[in-house]
Design a protein around this ligand. Structure first.
Ligand SMILES: *Cc1c(COP(=O)(O)O)cnc(C)c1O
Length: 421
C-alpha cells in the first residue's frame, strides 16, 4: 500500500473536507525553503508550512541543538521543577520584548497561549474583586481553535457549529482614519465592564491577511491604557520578524499588557507556546489565598526539547544575516506588488514586512469557499509551490532563507496564473 492509501485509511486531516479533498502530498524531506515528495518533486514552501517555519526546513543548527538536548533531558514536569532551557529562553525573550513584559508562562501552541492570556485577564479582575468580564476583539479576528480562542475570534464558517456556545464578545471594526473616533466611543460605552482587548497587531492572518495601520492601533491602545482595559497582543503569527520588525508591537509606542507567541517561536521545529505579562498582572495572583492561583498548565508545558529549538531559532533570528534577509524579502515583495497591482485580475495587493497578500477579482463571491481557491491551490502545487489561498486571497510569507531565485520563481508563476486562470 502507498503512503497515501495508508493515510486515507487512518488519518483525519485538519481543515480538510475528507470527502472531497485531493489525496495529501507525501513529503519525505525538507531543506531551506523547499520540501521534497516521495517522487523527488520539489515544492517551494511559500507559506512557511502554516506560517511556522522562519529559518528553513531541517535547519542543521536547530537539529544539532535539539539532538544535544534530547540526550540530556527530554521532559520534566514544570510544576515544582525547572530547567536551564526554559529559564534561558524566558530571559532572552523578555530582553527583546517591550520592556513592560516581565514574566513568561509556557504552554504548547498558539491557541493555548491565547487561552492563558484570556484567563490571566479575567482572573486578574476576579482576584482584584472587580467585576470586569467583557472582552473586546476585532471582527474577522483569528485567535485559535480551542473554545476560548474561538470565542474571541470572529464568527465565521469556522465557528458556525459552536456559535451558540461561545461566550459573548464585543466585536469592533479594524481602525482606520475615518472610524477611529467611533471605535473609541464604542469602547468608552463599555468600559466599566471591560476586562480586556485582544488583537492581532497590524495583520489579521487567517481572517484574510487584513492589514491596518500602526498609528490607529496605537490610538486604540492609548485609550485602553487610559481606561485600564488590559491589552492582549496576539503575536502568534506576527512575532519573530514577519512584519519587518522583530515583533509587530515594535511598530507602536504603547505596550500591551500581555503577549502571545507560538508559530515562529521554535523556527517551526517543535510545538511550543508562551504568554508573557507585566509585573502588575503577575502580582495580582500573588496571595496567601490559594484561590488566587492561576490554575492552568499543560502536560508538555515548557518542554525542554522545544525550548532548545526555540533558543537555537532565536540565535539564528538575532543574526544580522536574518535581518538582511527580512529586508530583502520586503523589498522584493514591494517591487512585485508594484508590478502587478494594476493587473485587471488583481483587486488589491497589500503588504506588511515579509507578508504579501493579493486579492483576486472574483465577481461577487469572495468567501473562503470560493472555487477559485482550489484552482489556484492546484495550479501552484503543480508548479512546485506550496501556496494555500484564503478564499480568493493569495499570500506569500516564505521562510527568511528563501533565495532570490526561489522568490522570483514564485512571482513569475503568480503572473502566469494571472494570465492563464
Ligand atoms: C495560528 C494562530 C493562532 C493559533 O495557533 P495554533 O498553534 O494553531 O493553535 C492564534 N493566533 C493567531 C494570530 C494565529 O495566527
Amino acid at each position: 500500500m502507498s503512503l497515501i492509501e495508508r493515510d486515507l485509511k487512518v488519518i483525519w486531516h485538519p481543515y480538510t473536507q475528507m470527502k472531497t479533498a485531493l489525496p495529501p502530498v507525501p513529503i519525505v524531506r525538507g531543506e531551506g525553503a523547499c520540501l521534497f515528495d516521495e517522487g523527488g518533486k520539489k515544492y517551494i514552501d511559500a507559506v512557511s508550512s502554516w506560517w511556522v517555519n522562519i529559518h528553513g526546513h531541517a535547519h542543521p543548527y536547530i537539529a544539532q541543538k535539539v539532538a544535544e538536548q534530547l540526550k540530556k533531558l527530554e521532559h520534566v514536569i514544570f510544576a515544582g521543577f525547572t530547567h536551564e532551557g526554559a529559564v534561558e529562553l524566558a530571559e532572552r525573550l523578555l530582553a527583546i520584548l517591550p520592556n513592560n513584559q516581565q514574566k513568561v508562562f509556557y504552554s504548547d501552541n498558539g491557541s493555548t497561549a491565547v487561552e492563558v492570556a484570556i484567563k490571566m485577564c479575567l482572573q486578574y479582575w476576579h482576584n482584584k474583586g472587580e467585576s470586569r468580564t467583557k472582552i473586546i476583539a476585532f471582527i474577522n479576528a483569528y485567535h485559535g481553535d480551542t473554545f476560548g480562542a474561538m470565542a474571541v475570534s470572529g464568527r465565521s464558517a469556522f465557528t458556525a457549529a459552536f456559535n451558540s456556545l461561545l461566550f459573548e464578545v464585543e466585536f469592533i471594526d479594524l481602525p482606520t482614519e475615518s472610524n477611529i473616533q467611533n471605535l473609541i466611543s464604542q469602547i468608552s460605552n463599555l468600559k466599566s465592564n471591560t476586562a480586556c482587548f485582544i488583537f492581532e497587531p497590524l495583520v489579521q492572518g487567517a481572517g484574510g491577511m487584513n492589514m491596518y495601520e500602526a498609528k490607529y492601533l496605537n490610538e486604540l491602545m492609548a485609550y485602553c491604557r487610559k481606561e485600564g482595559v488590559l491589552m492582549i497582543a496576539d503575536e502568534v503569527f506576527t512575532g519573530f520578524g514577519r512584519t519587518g520588525k522583530p515583533f509587530a508591537c515594535n511598530h507602536v509606542n504603547e505596550h500591551p499588557d500581555i503577549m502571545c507567541f507560538s508559530k515562529g517561536l521554535t523556527g517551526g521545529t517543535l510545538a511550543l507556546g508562551l504568554t508573557t505579562c507585566t509585573q502588575v498582572i503577575y502580582d495580582a495572583f500573588l496571595s496567601d489565598d490559594k484561590l488566587k492561583t492561576l490554575f492552568h498548565g499543560h502536560s508538555f508545558t515548557a518542554n525542554p526539547v522545544a525550548c532548545s529549538a526555540a533558543l537555537a531559532s532565536l540565535d539564528i533570528f538575532l543574526d544580522a544575516a536574518t535581518t538582511e534577509n527580512i529586508k530583502r524579502i520586503e523589498n522584493a515583495h514591494r517591487q512585485f506588488a508594484l508590478k502587478i497591482k494594476d493587473h485587471p485580475k488583481i483587486k488589491t495587493t497589500r503588504q506588511t514586512g515579509t507578508i504579501l497578500a493579493m486579492e483576486w477579482q472574483t465577481g461577487n463571491d469572495t468567501s473562503y469557499f470560493n472555487s477559485l481557491r482550489d484552482k489556484l491551490y492546484l495550479y501552484f502545487l503543480a508548479a512546485g509551490i506550496v501556496l494555500r489561498p484564503l478564499g480568493n486571497i493569495i499570500y506569500i510569507l516564505p521562510p527568511y532563507c528563501i533565495t532570490d531565485d526561489e522568490l522570483h520563481y514564485i512571482y513569475s508563476k503568480i503572473e502566469q496564473a494571472l494570465n492563464e486562470i
